[in-house]
Design a protein around this ligand. Structure first.
Ligand SMILES: [Zn+2]
Length: 380
């Protein structure tokens, strides 16, 4: 029954948690500003210097990624991976109109919810384990990426390497809803471009000599949009369309960009087959398809369910109810889950307003969320 003791530890340390969070939020870190993101990495490296080994993966364009291996009491050889990001979507100067503040039972500021609070909770989870001398079965490594908000182009390979060494991955992204649900499923996403090539002609003088790429594409779009299957969470959205040059010209070229979201890998494969089988209806036209999956889904596998049950049990010991949710957006958790590593996401702060001006976290839920992470690392 160490969960109540961990919760008590977090309550006592809440001023220190808020103080570190304030420090990180007041260093703005938009993904494209390397120097700014590096400053957050510096602050974190300094904070954990006495309790962890820090490896810095230097990046020429983006901020550096951090691998933090905490010195905690362990019996075994395995690894639990904490995963977070230190970049935000907020441009430099945002603090002037969205300043750090503590009001109405919340903490406010750019990146406080997505996800500097989650990063701070991970650090304090390790501190609790050390200070309370909780024997863990596995070592605890925290990887902090600097480029998650633009799709993790340079960090994904580090995420994969660490995930493959891990028994479980705990992702510090914000929780879902003001009740703080964990995220046990995330959709994957794909983008396809469908481009029709026809034959141009004068719409008045020589109409019959033309083959309209627009008419061809319009027919294709009708069929593509009908692949949406809301009951099974599959959406297919031709969200952008361009084509033609003038109303008196039979259009030579037209294209559409299609956004697809799918809860399972199987649906991703089926959709890829459908796009691959597209052929032109009009013999005077040709159709070319490019693109594919950007992110594979995080599926609610048996391993994910077992992780969630453990989290539920630890929360219950602290007297806190815990729910789960399936969400649309992707995170680095999709990458680790696609490797088959049990992944639990949404372990960060309880709050609302990710990427929005009312971004904030609930002060009264700081202690139990940080304690939940510590409890998971201890028992995994
Ligand atoms: Zn995030």
């Amino acid at each position: 029954m160490e969960a109540p003791a961990i919760l008590e530890y977090m309550r006592e340390n809440q001023p220190a948690i808020v103080s570190l969070l304030r420090r990180l939020v007041t260093i703005e870190s938009p993904t494209h500003e390397k120097a700014a993101v590096d400053e957050v990495a510096d602050a974190i490296a300094e904070t954990v210097s006495g309790i962890a080994q820090v490896t810095r993966h230097s990046q020429p364009d983006h901020g550096d990624h951090l691998r933090i291996e905490f010195d905690i009491p362990t019996r075994g050889d395995g690894q639990v991976l904490g995963l977070g990001h230190i970049d935000t979507v907020w441009e430099l100067g945002t603090l002037e109109r969205m300043p750090w503040r503590e009001a109405d039972g919340r903490l406010w500021g750019p990146g406080v919810f997505d996800m500097k609070a989650g990063v701070v909770f991970m650090i304090f989870a390790a501190r609790a384990i050390r200070d309370l001398r909780l024997q863990c079965r596995r070592r605890f490594v925290l990887q902090l990426n600097s480029d998650e908000e633009i799709g993790s182009p340079s960090s994904t390979r580090h995420t994969k390497t660490e995930a493959l060494k891990s028994a479980a991955v705990l992702v510090a992204e914000p929780s879902a809803g003001l009740e703080g649900n964990l995220k046990t499923a995330r959709k994957g996403g794909a983008t396809y471009r469908v481009e029709a090539q026809g034959v141009a002609s004068h719409a008045g003088l020589d109409f019959a000599a033309g083959s309209s790429a627009i008419v061809e594409l319009a027919g294709q779009i009708q069929r593509i949009a009908a692949w949406t299957d809301l009951d099974n969470g599959l959406t297919v959205n031709p969200g952008l369309v361009r084509g033609g040059t003038a109303s008196n010209v039979v259009a030579e070229r037209a294209w559409t960009d299609v956004d697809v979201r799918f809860p399972t890998k199987r649906q991703a494969d089926e959709i890829a087959d459908l796009f691959g089988a597209i052929r032109a209806d009009d013999p005077g036209c040709s159709v070319r398809v490019s693109g594919g999956a950007r992110k594979l889904p995080m599926e609610r596998t048996d391993g994910v369910i077992r992780l969630f049950r453990l989290a539920e049990k630890i929360s219950a010991e602290m007297g806190v109810p815990l729910g789960e949710a399936a969400v649309g957006g992707g995170s680095d958790g999709n990458t680790t889950a696609a490797l088959g590593i049990p992944t639990l996401d949404g372990l960060g702060a309880v709050g609302e307003g990710a990427h929005a001006v009312h971004e904030s976290i609930l002060t009264e839920r700081i202690a139990d969320r940080a304690a939940l992470i510590a409890g998971l690392v201890h028992r995994l």
